[in-house]
Design a protein around this ligand. Structure first.
Ligand code: KIV
Length: 277
C-alpha cells in the first residue's frame, strides 16, 4: 500500500479502537446531501429509525419499515466515503429471534452498503447479538431509553435512576459480552453513564448521557435546528436552519407576490446576443 492510498471508510474495528484515544463523533443522516455534509466531520453516521419521526412525520419510530430503512440507507451510503455507516433495525425486524434478525440485518447490509446494524435492547437481545456477530454482522447495541419500547417504558423517560441502575449495568455487560462493537447509552444519569463507560472494554456513545462517554450522537436535524416539533433537554442547537428556511421561504413568497422575482438575470432573451461558448 502506498502512502497516497485513497482514504477508506471506517470499519467497526476502527470505531472500537478509538476508546480511550479520541472521542467518537456521530450524527444521524437520512439523505445523500446530508450524508455528504457530515461525512468529513463524523466517525460514524447513523441511519437512525428516527427518520420516521424526523422526515416522515410519524408519531414514534414504531411505524418505520424495512423498506424505509433500505431506501434511506442507500441514499446515505451514496454520500459517504470516510465514516462508518450504521443502520438501525426497525421495530419488528429482529425481536422474534436470531434467525429473523439475521435475515433482516443481512438484507439491510447487502442492499444499502452499511457497515453495521444497530438494534435496541440489553440482556434479552444478547443471544441475537452473538448470533449476528458470529455470522459477519457487526452490531452496535442501544440501551437505556430504547424508543421502540416507548409503550412498555411508559414514555421517553430517563432510565437507570436509583435501584434501576443495576438493570442498565447488567444490560451493558451483556451486550458487550455478546460481541457488540459499541453501545449507545440513551437518556441515562451522567454518573451511571461514566461508570458503564469505565467498566466496558467497548466504546459507549451517549445521547442524553454524559460528556464522559467515549462518543456522542445526536439527530442531525435536532442539532441543526431543523426539527422543531419538540426539543429534548439533551439537544444543543448548533444552528437555526429551520428558522433560516422559514425566512427564506417568506422572502421568496413576498418576491413572487411583488413580481420582483424572477429578475432580468433569471429569464431568457428570445435572440442570442453573442454566440454561446
Ligand atoms: O434513531 C436514532 O436516530 C437513534 C439515535 C438517536 C441514537 O437511535
Amino acid at each position: 500500500m502506498s502512502a497516497t492510498s485513497p482514504a477508506r471508510a471506517k470499519m467497526p474495528s476502527d470505531i472500537a479502537a478509538m476508546k480511550g484515544v479520541s472521542p467518537i463523533v456521530c450524527l444521524t443522516a437520512y439523505t445523500t446531501p446530508m450524508a455528504r455534509v457530515v461525512d468529513g466531520h463524523c466517525d460514524l453516521v447513523l441511519v437512525g429509525d428516527s427518520v420516521g419521526m424526523v422526515l416522515h412525520g410519524l408519531p414514534s419510530t414504531l411505524g418505520v419499515t424495512m423498506e424505509m430503512m433500505v431506501l434511506h440507507g442507500r441514499a446515505v451510503a451514496r454520500g459517504i466515503s470516510r465514516a462508518l455507516v450504521v443502520i438501525d433495525m426497525p421495530f419488528g425486524s429482529y425481536e422474534e429471534g436470531p434467525a429473523q434478525a439475521f435475515a433482516n440485518a443481512a438484507r439491510l447490509m447487502a442492499e444499502t452498503g452499511a457497515g453495521a446494524v444497530k438494534l435496541e435492547g440489553g440482556r434479552h437481545m444478547a443471544d441475537t447479538i452473538a448470533f449476528l456477530v458470529a455470522r459477519g454482522v457487526p452490531v452496535m447495541a442501544h440501551i437505556g431509553l430504547t424508543p421502540q419500547a416507548v409503550n412498555t417504558l411508559g414514555g421517553y423517560k430517563v432510565q437507570g435512576r436509583g435501584d434501576d441502575a443495576q438493570r442498565l449495568r447488567d444490560d451493558a455487560v451483556a451486550v458487550a459480552q455478546a460481541g457488540a462493537f459499541a453501545v449507545v447509552l440513551e437518556k441515562v444519569p451522567a454518573t451511571l453513564a461514566d461508570e458503564i463507560t469505565a467498566m466496558l472494554a467497548i466504546p459507549t456513545v451517549g445521547i442524553g448521557a454524559s460528556a464522559g462517554c467515549d462518543g456522542q450522537v445526536l439527530v442531525v436535524d435536532d442539532m441543526l435546528g431543523m426539527f422543531t416539533g419538540f426539543r429534548p433537554k439533551f439537544v444543543r442547537r448548533f444552528g437555526e436552519l429551520g428558522a433560516a428556511a422559514e425566512q427564506a421561504v417568506a422572502d421568496y413568497a413576498a418576491a413572487v407576490r411583488a413580481r420582483e422575482f424572477p429578475g432580468a438575470e433569471h429569464v431568457f432573451a428570445s435572440e442570442l446576443k453573442e454566440p454561446q461558448k
